[in-house]
Design a protein around this ligand. Sequence first.
Ligand code: 2RA
Length: 365
Amino acid sequence: MSFLQFWLKYLNHKPDNDSIALTFVLQKFSTTTLYLMKLAVVGATGLVGSEILEVLAEHNFPFDELLLVASERSVGKQIDYKGKPYTVIGLAEAVSLKPEVAIFSAGGGTSTEWAPKFAEVGTIVIDNSSAWRMDPTKKLIVPEINAKELTKEDKIIANPNCSTIQMVLALAPLRERYGIKRVVVSTYQSVTGTGVAAVEQMMAERAGEKANMVYPHKIDMNVLPHIDVFQENGYTKEEMKMIKETKKIFSDDTIQVTATTVRIPTMGGHSESVNVEFKEDFDLAEVRELLAAAPGVIVQDDPANNIYPMPITAHKKDEVFVGRLRRDESQANTLNMWIVADNLRKGAATNAVQIAEYALANGLF
Ligand code: 2RA
């Protein structure tokens, strides 16, 4: 194939990011093949699965073949990607087709059983479930923070929990500058984090109809201090995820984190009130500058004009929004902040697609 032929083919698949584009062209041209890659989306019929397809399309993620994969009951269904219909296939068939990358969002059970089968045939699995996150042999990646840890040997890569991702992304530049002693976080999480059935419960309650109960209580016009199952120590699993995953992503067991995770009757994104105690004193103007310069973070902090992050404005955005920046006047070296992100985007789909983009740009497959 001539360079011109390759370039014309490449232009149809061009990612937005030019450095990814250039690396990708050089790598692929050097292999002198027309084949780009085969990408599988496992759990393509779910809420996160359809968000992954939207993000892939928006990012113009380059692939030759797209495999839309789901459980047996969805096999044969048609799903559109960029206006073209694709037929959903089953997991065994997808493994036999040996995709280079599989982005999983099909729950912990499916990941535990199937991710190793894909990895065995050479696929890089990027997994959205909690199945592999705390496995010491698997990396837990937020690309802006720790993608550099990835090597060709990493066949199963874990995507962190949504509420963790948005918090650590905002903490990362501040941690680098001031060091972090302790984080106290309270979340206000969207029903979309639970899935379609939870959205349906809320909407049925709102319409005054009989709802299929996903939560143990009414969610509309209510607040549940309860996300995922309670543990022996009185915390919920969601709270423990925020604590353990933060330490793992920063490779720092000394960071103290305590969390209260709460479900609220909203859609569009998760919100978090974060109180962070630094090792050193900080300057509020510098905090704003550090956050504004951090990749993937947008500062929305103009209270005089009622500007602060909200789920309704974060909805369908890839970035993490930070505002209400203020000194905690009750304790030295401590900052209060409010962090919002679309939990289905940066909290799940966007982060997973960014891992795939990093793998592609860095020749990990
Ligand atoms: C939730 N964190 O919002 C979960 C989704 N992974 O329930």
